[in-house]
Design a protein around this ligand. Structure first.
Ligand code: FAD
Length: 293
């Protein structure tokens, strides 16, 4: 059987690129395919302060370093959007907008995207006042006034985390909250963000509508915690186990389909971070090596 590659990794985020390093170093014929730029989500942050080995590093630099590493190892890098994956007894067919690849194994590392409010100017203000992750970005707003929007236990958790470090946190919550929150959390129940206001491309204030009244609230940061969507569209038609769109794997990143593995933010798990994505990338690669070599 003629294969294009032994393994095709879908997604060149930190999980996928780590899997590529492990496979290539084991002399496996591996390619990685990416539809945008290598690095994935970390390209959206200027400040990573919890990845071992760096007190502080910006996401694009970390992505560039890992990309250089896979290039110097000679990993085949393809540009393309994966549209579907088909699994046959001895091989897989990965269809992209640029053509098809035949391979023995596939590692799905397509990550996820935070949901957006869909307001004008929102995309421009990402990293200029808009964030999706208190764990990642709270220290950037130390002793400043911030806002959280969301309607889940996660948005309350994010507000509580921010309240330890920020002067005040306005929590815009669509429903009602019964529990008592901290004193520096200002609650806007039944609230809805209707406009983002900026100056020199930095978020300056937010218009919040509550019971038909619009209030302009000054804020240095807005944390949008309205959920994430897994990038799993290409899995439609494949009988792979998913939960809420996230791929279900065992502890070694095997899916229910022989020869298909998943790692990083696309999998169902508790902690969505660079350090976990990297560890899972290594595990997915090692599982392929165990299963096929
Ligand atoms: C703003 C922000 C700040 C963050 N800060 C931190 C931090 O400080 N510390 C930390 O540990 N974590 C942080 N995170 C989380 C961290 O970035 C992620 O957990 C991690 O990068 C996930 O890596 P991944 O490789 O699993 O997925 P991703 O980074 O999402 O990469 C997936 C890749 O797959 C590609 N892809 C998707 N679909 C397809 C397709 N159909 N065909 C081809 N390619 C496809 C995407 O384009 C993307 O490049 C942050 C996240 C964000 C958004």
């Amino acid at each position: 059987m003629i294969l294009d590659f032994d393994v095709l990794i879908v997604g060149a985020g930190m999980a996928g690129m780590t899997a590529a390093i492990y496979l290539k170093r084991a002399n496996i014929n591996v390619a990685i395919i990416e539809k945008t730029a290598p690095g994935g989500q970390i390209n959206q942050t200027n400040n990573i302060e919890n990845y071992p080995g760096f007190n502080k590093i910006d996401g694009p630099t970390l992505a560039f370093n890992v990309f250089n590493q896979i290039q110097s190892l000679g990993v085949s890098y393809k540009y393309g959007n994966v549209l579907s994956i088909k699994s046959y007894e001895d091989y897989k067919i990965v269809t992209t907008d640029k053509g098809e690849y035949k391979c023995r194994g596939v590692i799905i590392a397509t990550g996820r995207k935070p949901k957006e409010l869909g307001l004008e100017n929102e995309k421009n203000l990402i990293n200029n006042g808009i964030s999706w992750c208190a764990l990642c970005d709270a220290p950037l707003y130390k002793e400043r006034d911030v806002m959280v929007v969301g309607n889940s236990k996660y948005s309350i958790e994010e507000a509580l985390m921010l309240s330890d470090i920020c002067s005040s946190v306005t929590l815009v919550y669509e429903g009602k909250i019964d529990e008592k929150l901290k004193e520096n959390i200002i609650l806007k129940e039944k609230g809805k963000i209707v406009k983002l206001n900026s100056r020199e491309n930095k978020l300056e204030s937010v218009d919040v509508e509550t019971n038909g009244t619009v209030e302009n609230i000054k804020t240095s940061g807005l944390f949008i915690i309205i959920g994430n969507s897994p990038a799993s569209e290409m899995l439609n038609g494949l009988s792979i186990n998913v939960n809420d769109g996230y791929v279900v794997v065992d502890e070694n990143m095997r899916t229910n389909i022989k020869g298909i593995y998943a790692c990083g933010d696309i999998i169902k798990k508790e902690v969505y971070q660079v350090s976990t994505a990297v560890g899972e990338g290594a595990k997915a690669a090692m599982s392929y090596i165990k299963d096929f070599n």
